[in-house]
Design a protein around this ligand. Structure first.
Ligand SMILES: NC(=O)c1ccc[n+]([C@@H]2O[C@H](COP(=O)([O-])OP(=O)(O)OC[C@H]3O[C@@H](n4cnc5c(N)ncnc54)[C@H](OP(=O)(O)O)[C@@H]3O)[C@@H](O)[C@H]2O)c1
Length: 287
């Protein structure tokens, strides 16, 4: 198959390109200057030139506080561009896969969200991603994958590196660290996510629509940090703090862990987050 993967320098895009390079599939991975998703003509030209059979878009405007300050840019990348790509891929009759977020939910359920739960975003990022979901799934070959708390070998450029590397850096310069214990999430290793995405795309009975794909289980950012330090045997004072999901005036969901109900029914499973974290840290820091 011929894949067009957008977001080659990102956490998820780089993992997908790595995994696809170990298969017999052909992969086309332009960088942002060659294909900007907010430029419809640029995407259309890529479709005409490459003639892919599957398009996977990992690009987004997903720095959450920045979305609040720049709502137009957020809606342009997370909604309008996704709508344009879904429309164009549908005209070419090829599958389109794009990614959404746990932040489409308000967190009031208090337990893991499944695909059919009713969304209720609390901030511009979630709103723009939810709008993008609706825009894409009105086309018949669009798949939206909601995921959460990503980390991978290639750090999120838009956020200045991944959560784990930032906490390891903190531990080298601080003797005490305060970490938020009010938000519960499903931390997800892009290497596990990438493999699950490719299984889903390859699955004979895949249907268009929304899927959740995260590592199993859930924890708070404080509990995740505790586990990172435990694996690396780091002993600094770690203090849980309750920020009530607030960054300034911006609200984040307090419990946005996801459950992969649809994928599990297709025998697509991801390991537990603690197992994923151990594998990531071992291969990045201990080998
Ligand atoms: N990170 C998380 O914790 C998280 C959680 C839930 C959902 N998600 C979703 O998962 C997806 C992947 O996230 P990620 O963490 O892998 O992102 P990432 O590391 O920030 O990578 C984004 C990639 O998209 C590229 N890009 C950005 N704007 C673009 C544009 N206008 N046109 C073309 N390419 C563009 C970036 O290129 P440059 O490097 O050149 O800017 C980068 O290669 C996103 O849809 C995100 O919303 C992420």
């Amino acid at each position: 198959m011929k894949y067009l993967v957008i977001g080659k320098t990102g956490q998820l895009g780089s993992a997908l390109i790595h995994d696809l390079s170990t298969t017999s599939n052909e992969v086309l991975a332009p960088n942002k200057s060659e294909l900007d998703i907010t430029d419809k003509q640029s995407f259309l030209s890529a479709m005409k030139e490459f003639q892919p059979e599957i398009v996977i878009n990992t690009a987004a405007y997903h720095n959450v506080p920045l979305c609040e300050d720049h709502p137009l840019e957020a809606f342009q990348a997370n909604c309008l561009a996704v709508k344009d790509m879904a429309e164009i891929t549908s005209e070419f009759d090829v599958w389109f896969v794009s990614f959404s977020t746990d932040y489409v939910f308000d967190g009031r359920k208090g337990e893991q969200y499944i695909e059919t739960d009713v969304p209720g975003p609390l901030q511009i990022y979630g709103l723009s991603k939810l709008a993008g979901e609706f825009a894409a799934i009105s086309y018949s070959k669009s798949i939206i994958i909601r995921t959460c708390g990503l980390y991978g070998f290639q750090g999120a450029t838009s956020k200045g590196g991944n959560f784990i590397e930032k906490r390891i850096k903190d531990s080298k310069r601080l003797s005490l660290l305060e970490m938020s214990n009010d938000q519960t999430v499903s931390p997800t290793f892009t290497s596990d996510l990438s493999k699950a995405v490719l299984k889903l795309v390859d699955h004979k009975s895949k249907q268009p629509g929304i899927y959740h794909l995260v590592n199993q289980g859930f924890c708070t950012w404080y509990e995740l940090t505790e586990e990172i330090f435990k694996i690396l045997d780091i002993s600094i004072k770690l203090i849980p703090v309750d920020r009530k999901g607030l960054t300034g005036k911006m609200r984040r969901p307090l419990f946005s862990a996801l459950k992969n109900e649809k994928a599990a029914n297709m025998n697509i499973d991801l390991p537990h987050w603690k197992d994923a974290l151990k594998r990531y840290i071992r291969s990045k820091h201990l080998e």
